[in-house]
Write a protein that binds this ligand. Structure first.
Ligand SMILES: [Zn+2]
Ligand SMILES: [Zn+2]
Length: 305
């Protein structure tokens, strides 16, 4: 719904931009792709451990197996609870190598240590700043208060918070995954599954966790984009924002029902900041708003300094 008031920017109504108003889909796609690669590597490691190395000693003993490398049949002579414990210790080490690492492979224990997905958070944040600056172009009085790029202290603080959110959703996702896996393992050992059956059931649970991470990638991309946008408006002394809700990708001329409430509404920056993402996979965005009839003046922009 384009705004006709001269104070506001014309909303780009092309179909693609209505479905993805933040235009962050390429960032999400790259994030999702790397996520898949990392989880699939974990899945392969699980299969190798259980089937090739027969870590639980589930296969009938053959002479050949006993002659193989040292880590074969690692936990074969342990009790079931001990087998689970040993396997979960191993799994956590694998997670540290693949999922909880920096792009260079160093383990990460807290937010802001360069977790591999922070690259994508950064990209989304930068895209949010870029978009806000573009929206502010018609307001040169406002734009002069902007800090350059992501270096400013306001942006650094906000980015730190987005990192924390991203890190804690990854950590809680992994905790859930470990929980599910150890339950499945207990079940499999009790049932006396063969190595292939055991591996298959754990791989299925791994796929579920991998797919949950896709939702995280989409949601955290929008969070970073949104926080960056609002932060940039704040620096520029913008009074509020007008919301642009995402349209459904599958339906013609329908706004997402959950976000429809926000469409075209005006909020202060403090109000809107915690409201987006409104739900997992939300793609809403905002454009700067100045009260009608009032000329934006530089006096109002001091809060951004
Ligand atoms: Zn929505
Ligand atoms: Zn939304």
């Amino acid at each position: 719904m384009p705004c006709t008031c001269h104070n506001h920017l014309a909303v780009n109504v092309s179909r693609v931009n209505r479905i993805d108003p933040t235009r962050t889909t390429p960032i999400v796609s790259r994030w999702v792709k790397e996520n898949k690669v990392r989880w699939n590597a974990l899945k392969l490691a699980i299969r190798k451990k259980i089937v090739d190395e027969d870590c639980f000693g589930l296969k009938p003993v053959e002479h050949d197996i006993l002659k193989m490398t040292a880590n074969v049949r690692d936990y074969a002579f342990e009790s079931n609870p001990k087998k689970i414990e040993s396997f979960m210790d191993w799994l956590k080490r694998m997670e540290e190598r693949g999922i909880l690492t920096t792009s260079k492979g160093h383990p990460v224990t807290k937010a802001g240590q360069g977790l591999w997905s922070e690259t994508y958070v950064d990209s989304a944040f930068r895209e949010g700043i870029r978009r806000a600056e573009q929206e502010l172009k018609p307001y040169p009085e406002q734009s002069k208060f902007l800090q350059a790029g992501m270096g400013g202290p306001m942006h650094a603080d906000a980015l730190g918070l987005v990192y924390s959110r991203n890190f804690s959703s990854l950590k809680s996702g992994l905790a859930q995954y470990e929980n599910t896996l150890s339950q499945e393992l207990a079940l499999g050992l009790a049932e006396g599954r063969n190595p292939r059956e055991m591996a298959r059931s754990l791989e299925e649970k791994t796929d579920v966790s991998r797919d949950k991470c896709l939702v995280t990638a989409r949601t955290e991309t929008i969070r970073a984009f949104h926080v960056a946008t609002i932060n940039t408006y704040r620096q520029a002394g913008v009074e509020g924002v007008k919301m642009q809700a995402e349209w459904l990708a599958t339906d013609d001329d329908r706004v997402c029902p959950k976000c429809e409430e926000l469409q075209g509404k005006v909020f202060t920056l403090d109000e809107i900041e915690p409201m987006i993402p409104a739900h997992p996979n939300c793609r809403c965005t905002s454009i700067p708003y100045f009260a009608e009839g009032e000329e934006a003046t530089s006096d109002e922009s001091n809060m951004g300094e």
